[in-house]
Write a new protein. Sequence first.
Length: 243
Amino acid sequence: MYLDKNLNEPLYHQLFNIMRNDIENHLDEGDQLDSERDICAKYQVSRTTVRQALDKLENEGYIEKIHGKGNFVANRLISQDLVRFYSFSEEMRKLGKTPHSKLTSFEIVEAGETLAHQLGIAEGELAFKLIRIRYADETPMLYESTFLPMERFKGLTAESISTRSMYDVLQDDFGVHISNGEEVLRPILVNRVESLYLDIPEGSPGLKITRTTREGNRVIEYTRSIARGDKFKYRVYLENEPH
């Protein structure tokens, strides 16, 4: 296979696109790539071109270079677009992964000033508090604390939340029609408790994601999630307004 030297696109970028396509569609996490010498021979390009393509693959998170061993397909980050409402379970299924959750706490709490403001309820009203660990296959991905106004979800049980997607429960059992939501993301270093649940070292990079979900003008969910920094990337689309 040869690269097209007549294109305006640099050879290293053509090679990057070919190798990225192989990684995304034909290779698995942990697979070893061909050696630089073999890639040079296969595509009839210089060692410099190959190294530029490999550097770009590494910088964009597709491969991991291990000194003395070679180049390997990196663990794939979960790419999440921030232009539409999404469900963790649905997104994992789209990626061919099996999502499941472990409910570690289910209790009823009295809303203090801060929580009352977040849920749009009166101080002293009751709310459900759920703590869940979200998994993709057998890998812990998120440590989540969710608050739901009890008045809206009377009859909610730990069993239903443990065995089904929370949004499925809210929509199917309580007739919720989600209108919109907003998320705020902030980089953090995970604390000891979070690190234990997420199976990563204390002080590892993470993302704190706070989500407010609404049904019409009414808040129906407030969730604080801690996402593993080595497993997620978020994408925002920007559009230029016409002048």
